[in-house]
Structure formats: C-alpha cells, structure tokens
Ligand binder design. Sequence first.
Ligand SMILES: [Zn+2]
Length: 264
Amino acid sequence: MIIKIAVIVAIAAIALYFVFRKKLLPVPETFPKLWKQYLQDTVKFYQNLGETDKRQYEDDVLYFLSHHKITGVGTDVTDEDKLLVASSGVIPIFGFPEWHYHNLEEVILYGQSFNHLHETEGTTNERNILGMVGWGYINGKMVLSKPSLRQGFENESTKSNVGIHEFVHLLDKADGATDGIPEALLSRQYTIPWIQMIKQKMEAIQDGKTDINSYGGVSETEFLPVVSEYFFNRPRLLKDKHPKLYEQLQQVFQQDPASTESNG
Ligand SMILES: [Zn+2]
C-alpha cells in the first residue's frame, strides 16, 4: 500500500513538473503586440529595420526562445529580459538566415555583475564580470549580468553591449577554435586581412590612441566581440572613425547597419 501511494505521488510530481515547466517558458505562436512595442522602444537595431525584416526578426526571436532556456539566478526573468537575451543572439546572425546557436543550451541571468575568472584568460585580477560563455564543465551555458544586459540596449549612446559580446564569442567558437577569427562566417580570402586588422587596431588600443574599448586590446579573442558591440550599437560612428574596420565587419556579419541607422 505504502509503495502504491509512493508511486502515485512520484507520478503526480513528475506530471506537475512537466505541466509547470511548460508554463515557465511560454513561447507564443504569434508575436505579441506588447513585445513589438518593447522592441520598438528599446532595441535600436529593430527600430531601424524595414517591415519585412521586422517580421523576420520576430520569427528569429520566437525560434530562439523556443530552443534556448533562460534562467534567473537571484533575479526573476521577465518578458523584457527574454526579448533582450534573444535580441543579443539574433542581431549578430541576422545576415545568416539559416544560422542557429547549436552550441548553446541555456542562458543564465544574474541579478548583478559577478566576480569570476573571465572566459579563457585564467587569473585576471578581481574585475567585475558582466558576462561569460561557458567552457569545460559549463559548456553550453552563457552567463549574463541582467543590469549590464539592459544597459547595452537602453543607453542609446553606448558602444558597449554585453549580450552581443557574448554571442559573438559563441559565433567565434562555432568553428572549434575560440581565437577571434570566425572561420565559420568569414570566407578564406578575408581571413588574412582580418588578422592584420586585429594586429594594427590592437596596437592602437595599447597605445591609447583609439576610442575602441580598451578591453578589445586584451587579446585577439576579445577584439572581435568588443568591436562587434561597437558595430551594432553605433554603426555610423564606427564607419566614420574606422572605415576599414567597418568594412571588414560588414564582411564578417553580412550586414550594413550604418546604412539604415536613424538619426539620433
Ligand atoms: Zn569576452
């Protein structure tokens, strides 16, 4: 009798788990009006798209949300957070309609920035970490600071966007090597000019002679994500100040965001 009850309780618990698990991540079939409004108000990249591309972007966001878990640690995960995580993933691959993040299972949001060894660099000093992509035992997971994620989109003038930064690391990782050279995206004839560009621009960063975030000078691996944040957040400014770098990033991402960036 006791065993019977135990079995029934266990089955009920498993059933409830699946019912509630489904409810935790509801992905609507059509794109909600409120979501459109939020993207229109908050995500500049989305604002600058034409109507057809906006529909494509919305489909990509729904695909993203139905294939990757988003979990909060010490914080709740709102619809706005989900839209910003998905946007961080969708924007860098918008030029590649067939591309999906096969190497990503879960995005974990923290309520604040966290101290941890940053990405591949071993023991960096105690700096505040805003985001990271999992390696080794946390392979397939990305960790983002929720306040930093929001700041990357809400502050219109910033050249920083931690969400885009981490997704570009994933793109770089997709060819098997996290080396700052996205072979999966960049055809061979562009690889050598890209490596030369990295060298030259990193030297300028190290000499303090550039407006590119100094974190891009830390290593070849960090250069691509850092300039990608600039490319997607402030495309026209990047094109004005670093036209050759802009051109190369256009090749990498198959996008020309400066051409559609609105005034402001
Ligand atoms: Zn990084």
